[in-house]
Ligand binder design. Structure first.
Ligand code: HEC
Ligand code: HEC
Ligand code: HEC
Ligand code: HEC
Ligand code: HEC
Ligand code: HEC
Ligand code: HEC
Ligand code: HEC
Ligand code: HEC
Ligand code: HEC
Ligand code: HEC
Ligand code: HEC
Length: 325
């Protein structure tokens, strides 16, 4: 009894499953059939073409439009190199080829007319960098990627604004970089020069790269950032220490003036609470005690001992008050 029930149940299940499959199957067939029909229709249409007189009509229709000038991509089907370079150049030259190439397919080797028919940069740009740089292609070697400028073009020597022979960099970058280097020479002039610093380690031909001090130097103290360096140093006149802020960390000064730094720390007086930079407002400048204190002990004493340090010995290591405290 139990077995029979089971068998019947299985049968019912089987029927349901078969029905389900059939429906799914039919649906699939329908989905495939629709596009197949279309394809057949197309194929029939295409086959009818050659068997009728239509080809002639189609051929004529190819000549019914007025010729129009080619789009860059169409030029590119033959001149893939130029098209691709322009495409990838990220340049403002990505406009119609024909705006530059006004004469086309006109090169006749026996006439040696290549130069003549090629677009001239000056037509649109004039002498962009002045009379000193008339030969544009010397640096912009590829008009289809005008910002790829090989370094060799920009580092040769020529007459500078000051009449001396300088590298080309200085002619274009005279103010302020070139002039600063000429007027405030330091070891950066003799040991590096423009090219020594502005050379890209990966792509030595790339113009315009900027180094950081850390490419060549260690910081004075740990934790100094590259931006910190520029507070005190201009790379184009590195020996001229710039005006630093009053709250410059004493540790920076202390990295070179270590004895003074330690004295001021060890012997704690009110001077220890000041920054070096509050008293020495520019590098190398020495203040007078009187600038801040005037003459505190009365005229007679100061007349007799004009030098405060006769008694106070050392502003970084004031002894007198310590004893009297
Ligand atoms: C900004 C102006 C400019 C544009 C835009 C420009 N070209 Fe040029 N093209 C030039 C110049 C200038 C030369 C000559 C370069 C030389 O003398 O080395 C040149 C040279 C060529 C040459 C000759 C290369 C050879 O090796 O002799 C071809 C081909 C060429 N261009 C194709 C194109 C195509 C295609 C386009 C558009 C997809 C295009 N150019 C867009 C300025 C341009
Ligand atoms: C069907 C292929 C084809 C198409 C399309 C084509 N060119 Fe050319 N082009 C050539 C051939 C071939 C040369 C001669 C051989 C060479 O220099 O590569 C040539 C030469 C050139 C030159 C060299 C100088 C000269 O005048 O002979 C320039 C520039 C040039 N084509 C620009 C263009 C521009 C711009 C377009 C689009 C408006 C274009 N071409 C479309 C095949 C083509
Ligand atoms: C048909 C006019 C035309 C010609 C010819 C032409 N340029 Fe340009 N160029 C332009 C225009 C337009 C711009 C974008 C506007 C601008 O910055 O002045 C441009 C921009 C540039 C730039 C700026 C960078 C960039 O975005 O691409 C450089 C560099 C340049 N051109 C160099 C050249 C050189 C070198 C030649 C000759 C090989 C040349 N151009 C020929 C029209 C021209
Ligand atoms: C000695 C090399 C050199 C010569 C020669 C030269 N250029 Fe340049 N040109 C450069 C450099 C370098 C740049 C800066 C590119 C950059 O922005 O990175 C530049 C930039 C340009 C720019 C873009 C300027 C801007 O402010 O965006 C144009 C346009 C240009 N040059 C056109 C010309 C033309 C036209 C000639 C010829 C009359 C020419 N150049 C000759 C090196 C040169
Ligand atoms: C023909 C002129 C020219 C020559 C030569 C030239 N430059 Fe430039 N340079 C430019 C122009 C134009 C710019 C872009 C100016 C701008 O963006 O303000 C530039 C940009 C730069 C920049 C980047 C500025 C920035 O803010 O990113 C550096 C760095 C630089 N040049 C260094 C040099 C060095 C080093 C040389 C020599 C090897 C040199 N240049 C030769 C014209 C020139
Ligand atoms: C000791 C290395 C060094 C030397 C040598 C050097 N530079 Fe620089 N230059 C730098 C550094 C570092 C910067 C970035 C400074 C900044 O960010 O303020 C820079 C920045 C520049 C800039 C971009 C300025 C700006 O406004 O962003 C130009 C242009 C430049 N230098 C040109 C030159 C020229 C031209 C020479 C040669 C006369 C030269 N440099 C020599 C290290 C150097
Ligand atoms: C490409 C390498 C290079 C870069 C980048 C560079 N320097 Fe130098 N610098 C040198 C060399 C080489 C010397 C000379 C030897 C020395 O003193 O170490 C020097 C010397 C100096 C001097 C002493 C100058 C003198 O005449 O006594 C100072 C200050 C200096 N660098 C600061 C800087 C600062 C700040 C930066 C970043 C803005 C910087 N340098 C970037 C290579 C570089
Ligand atoms: C608070 C100002 C200050 C800051 C910030 C500063 N420097 Fe200096 N640096 C100096 C002074 C002052 C000298 C010594 C000048 C002298 O010899 O007359 C000096 C000298 C140098 C020298 C010459 C070699 C030496 O040790 O005497 C180098 C290189 C140098 N600094 C690199 C750097 C670098 C890299 C940074 C950034 C991490 C930096 N400086 C930040 C003030 C500063
Ligand atoms: C990289 C080393 C260095 C750093 C950092 C440095 N100095 Fe100097 N300092 C020197 C050297 C070297 C001299 C002596 C040569 C000179 O006069 O340029 C000097 C000279 C001085 C003098 C004049 C000494 C005299 O006898 O005339 C004073 C004051 C001075 N430094 C204060 C400071 C202060 C304040 C700081 C921090 C803001 C500082 N220094 C950072 C190296 C350094
Ligand atoms: C309260 C102001 C004051 C403070 C703070 C101060 N100084 Fe001075 N410093 C002076 C005076 C004043 C002199 C001149 C002493 C003299 O006439 O002999 C001097 C002289 C110097 C000298 C040159 C003479 C010598 O002893 O070598 C150096 C270098 C110097 N200070 C560095 C430093 C440094 C580095 C710091 C911070 C660690 C510092 N000073 C903090 C006032 C100050
Ligand atoms: C840039 C200003 C400045 C200069 C320069 C300066 N001082 Fe001072 N000095 C101070 C200040 C601020 C105090 C703390 C005053 C207060 O708290 O009343 C001080 C305190 C003192 C004290 C008391 C110290 C203590 O711990 O009580 C003595 C002593 C002194 N200075 C002597 C000198 C002598 C000597 C010189 C020259 C060698 C000098 N000062 C240069 C600003 C300066
Ligand atoms: C003959 C030695 C002598 C001379 C010279 C001298 N002082 Fe003093 N100074 C002292 C003594 C001692 C004290 C401590 C007095 C006290 O504790 O009342 C003192 C204290 C000071 C104080 C701390 C005062 C306060 O009220 O906290 C300052 C600031 C000072 N002197 C500045 C100077 C200056 C600036 C000069 C030079 C113009 C100078 N002194 C010259 C001996 C001298």
């Amino acid at each position: 009894m139990k077995n029979k029930l089971l068998a019947e149940g299985l049968l019912v299940l089987g029927i349901i499953a078969t029905l389900f499959l059939c429906v799914a199957c039919a649906k699939q067939v329908k989905e495939v059939a629709a596009p197949e029909k279309l394809q057949v229709a197309e194929a029939v249409a295409a086959q009818q073409g050659p068997s009728t007189p239509a080809p002639q009509a189609d051929g004529v229709s190819l000549y019914q439009q007025e010729p129009r000038s080619l789009k860059p991509v169409e030029c590119g089907s033959c001149h893939k190199g130029e098209y691709t370079r322009l495409k990838n150049s990220n340049s403002k030259h990505r406009f119609d080829c024909l705006r530059c190439h006004t004469q086309l397919h006109a090169y006749i080797p026996p006439k040696h007319n290549y130069e003549e028919i090629m677009p001239k940069c000056t037509r649109c740009h004039g002498l962009k960098h002045g009379k000193a740089f008339p030969k544009c292609l010397q640096c912009h070697t590829d008009p289809h990627s005008p910002l790829d400028i090989p370094f060799t073009g920009v580092q040769k020597k020529m007459k500078g604004p000051n009449g001396k022979m300088v590298v080309a960099c200085e002619v274009c970058h005279w103010e302020p970089e070139g002039k600063q280097m000429q007027e405030h020479p330091c070891k950066h002039n003799t040991e590096e020069g423009c090219v020594g610093c502005h050379i890209d380690a990966i792509d030595a031909t790339k113009h315009g790269m900027k180094p950081t001090c850390f490419d060549c130097h260690e910081p004075h103290v740990q934790g100094q950032t590259y931006q910190d360096c520029l507070v005190c140093h201009n790379p184009h006149m590195a020996k001229n220490i710039l005006q630093y802020p009053e709250d410059t960390d004493n540790k920076v000064c202390g990295s070179c003036h270590d004895t003074i730094y330690e004295d001021l720390q060890r012997n704690h007086t009110k001077h220890s609470e000041l920054h070096c930079a509050e008293c020495h407002v520019r590098h190398g400048q020495i203040p007078k005690c009187q600038d801040c204190h005037g003459l505190p002990h009365g005229e007679a004493l100061h007349k007799r001992f004009p030098n405060c340090l006769k008694c106070h010995l050392d502003p970084h290591n004031l002894p007198v008050l310590k004893k009297s405290e």
